[in-house]
Design a protein around this ligand. Structure first.
Ligand SMILES: *[C@@H]1O[C@H](CO)[C@@H](O)[C@H](O)[C@H]1NC(C)=O
Length: 204
């Protein structure tokens, strides 16, 4: 009777495991079953822990470049994480990218976004400025993302994906030194501003 009940229960996805049934329902072999009560409260999904997001949709008035630079942060005390995906770049070309101070206007003029975001005033002289990614806070403009994390390198198809999520302990998405409301500008090898976009909350 007990065995029949266990079989029936299993058919309904409920495995009841009375102590007396351990012989027929082995716990330690490939046929092992485990006590599980699906009538219990549904498993509560863990809330997504990412609370701050920033997404810059990148496009260009003068080239076909498109893509995105994204930021997220679990909370305002955690480092921001950042990545990108860009396409329609010139194959095998190298690009730099920065957070610029001001957002892109309606005419999508990437030149009208001001300079690189540099709240610590690290860049005192453009001629001698040299960002060392191992000393980001003292030698790099905060917004000098390619200086700190490496250039964007397009593959033969003109596509570039960030090789990893970069962790940024100094920039934040929306708290201190926020990237929200600013812009990302992509420069080609000659320094021309070839594409840009505003960093906005993904939820918008
Ligand atoms: C873009 O903005 C720059 C800087 O404000 C300005 O010099 C330039 O004329 C603008 N270009 C266009 C096409 O509006």
């Amino acid at each position: 009777m007990l065995c029949r009940f266990a079989t029936l229960a299993t058919l309904f996805g409920v495995v009841l495991l009375p102590l007396t049934a351990t012989r027929s329902l082995p716990l330690d072999s490939h046929r092992a079953v485990y006590a599980r009560d699906t009538t219990a409260a549904p498993v509560t999904k863990t809330k997504p822990s990412i609370t701050r997001t920033g997404l810059a949709g990148i496009s260009s008035a003068t080239t076909d470049i498109q893509g995105a630079v994204y930021f997220f942060q679990t909370d305002h005390t955690s480092p921001a994480m950042m990545g990108y995906a860009l396409y329609n770049l010139q194959p095998h070309q190298t690009y730099s990218y920065h957070v610029h101070v001001s957002p892109v206007g309606a005419n999508h003029n990437c030149t009208a976004t001001g300079g690189h975001y540099d709240p610590y005033s690290v860049n005192k002289d453009a001629a001698t400025y040299k960002c060392d990614g191992t000393k980001p806070k003292t030698t790099c403009e905060l917004g000098d993302l390619s200086g700190r994390f490496g250039s964007i390198k397009a593959n033969g198809d003109g596509v570039a994906m960030s090789p990893q999520l970069f962790t940024d302990s100094y920039l934040s998405v929306s708290n201190m030194n926020p990237v929200h409301g600013r812009s990302i500008v992509v420069h080609n090898g000659k320094g021309d501003r070839v594409a840009c976009g505003n960093i906005e909350d993904i939820a918008n």
